[in-house]
Design a binder for this molecule. Structure first.
Ligand code: 4AD
Ligand code: MG
Length: 430
């Protein structure tokens, strides 16, 4: 009898196998029980009959769901069975009889499910989302590998703040006082381009944002890219090529999973270059025509983004925000210094911002002035300013949020299901 994975059943039809896993579901009668069985690679149906199994059948007949077990039996193709295969059991060993599983068939509220995330994570829907996440991250890495980028792992403890100083998590760091959990790897990527040209990072980032929305986490994963000699225009071309690649490859690999999440695939198929481009000022015009009283200089809110994405069938860049609205490092538009060379990329169907990117200020004096104007302490930026002293070049980059992108690809309402253990204002357990 050969041990095998359910995933490999097509190679084992008619053969005797051993599988190890968990009972996802059970239906029993006097002489036969049907178990939905899961081994981490897939699911199948196990047919357990009293006459074959003998004494243990009494226990199998009422085995609690989520019990762990080892099943021996013959693989049979059966299109009507969950997973398309049955195992006609010749023997079953119970590894551990489960206590009554807290997550049942009845509807549970999100708080209950999140408090039981360690158990919820084994449900079929959640494992499907995790498999899509795995594919997405793999295609992200493949894109950069195939396009000549070098991975740079940027630090998590930092003393140089890259984004909004009002949402930093601070950590006591030995005798050095406060350090902060990184909000972005960007500044460190900027240091790496002078040696490596094209670089990227992919890791957790932290924002102490008091926003209780469907798209905010306090700990999220971001992939960031930085390219020497790229300007704003090339930066957008890189982003549309990258986003199209990761969406199309994830879709091709995980079509069955996305369908099982009831994702409509048609809008995703349209995600190919070129994406739409509108300016910040055009976005304000659109919003005002729809009755908004948004003022010049305000950042777009989630609702504003939703309105705009619904007008386009593909992702849309909003370019050239006011200088005052965005981070200190963005390059001013030469003939219109009240604007910066930047863009947010909004995903369609109401999803909104998935990328923030910009061309960076490469002039020492202009950058120093911007640091001062933003009430940041220049002493903390000594190393970052050095980059503008020793062979400064035009350069640009962007950061894409993995969870927001995954929630868009999977068609989920909330980012909390896209990360194994979500961290939000009111949740740091389990
Ligand atoms: O727009 P952001 O703040 O850009 C940066 O951090 C730049 N330094 C990136 C760069 O140019 N290298 O964040 C980038 C993306 C957002 O578009 C969004 O997808 C995601 O990170 N993001 C969040 N995702 C979940 N929860 C949050 N609180 C997020 N904040 C940003
Ligand atoms: Mg942003």
């Amino acid at each position: 009898m050969q041990e095998c994975l359910i995933r490999d059943f097509p190679d084992f039809i008619g053969k005797e196998v051993t599988i190890k896993g968990w009972v996802s579901n059970r239906r029993s009668s006097g002489r036969v029980s049907f178990l939905v069985f899961r081994d981490g690679s897939g699911i199948c149906q196990v047919i357990a009959e009293r006459d074959t199994l003998g004494e243990i059948y009494a226990e199998i007949k009422k085995i609690p769901i989520e019990s762990s077990a080892i099943v021996h039996g013959t693989v049979v193709e059966e299109s009507r069975a969950p997973g398309g295969f049955e195992v006609q059991a010749s023997g079953i060993e119970i590894v551990q009889k489960s206590e009554e599983f807290p997550i049942g068939k009845k509807e549970h509220g999100p708080d209950f499910l999140l408090s039981n995330r360690h158990l919820w994570l084994r449900s079929q829907r959640q494992t499907t989302i995790m498999r899509v996440r795995d594919a997405l991250v793999r295609h992200v890495r493949n894109y950069f590998y195939e396009n000549g980028f070098t991975l740079i792992d940027t630090p998590i403890f930092t003393t140089t703040c890259g984004e909004d100083t009002s949402n930093l998590f601070s950590v006591e760091y030995f005798d050095l006082g406060k350090t902060y959990l990184s909000q972005t790897g960007q500044l460190y990527l900027e240091a790496a381009i002078s040696g490596l040209g094209k670089v990227y990072c992919l890791g957790p980032t932290f924002r102490a944002e008091r926003s209780k929305t469907r798209r905010h986490l306090t700990e999220f994963w971001m992939v960031e890219a930085e390219v020497a000699f790229n300007d704003h225009k090339k930066n957008l071309e890189l982003q549309e090529d990258f986003v199209s690649y990761i969406v199309q490859n994830t879709l091709a690999e995980k079509e069955a999973e996305l369908l099982s999440l009831e994702r409509d695939l048609e809008p995703l198929k349209k995600v190919v270059p070129p994406f739409h481009r509108i300016s910040y000022d055009e976005a304000l015009d659109i919003l005002r025509k729809q009755g908004s009283d948004i003022q010049w200089g305000a950042d777009l809110g989630a609702d504003d983004e939703t309105v705009i994405t619904q007008l386009f069938d593909k992702p849309v860049f909003i370019e050239n925000y006011p200088k005052q609205t965005k981070a200190f490092y963005m390059k001013q538009v030469p003939d219109k210094p009240e604007y910066v060379y930047c863009a947010d990329l909004l995903a369609p169907e109401g999803y909104g911002e998935i990328i923030g990117g910009s061309q960076r200020e490469d002039n020492l004096d202009v950058l120093l002035k911007s640091i001062r104007d933003n009430n940041l302490e220049p002493e903390r930026y000594g190393w970052y300013l050095d980059l503008r002293k020793y062979g400064s070049v035009p350069h640009a980059g962007f950061g894409l949020g993995i969870e927001r992108t995954l929630s868009w690809i999977c068609g989920l309402k909330h980012v909390r299901e896209t990360i194994p253990f979500p961290r939000m204002i009111y949740r740091a357990y389990p």
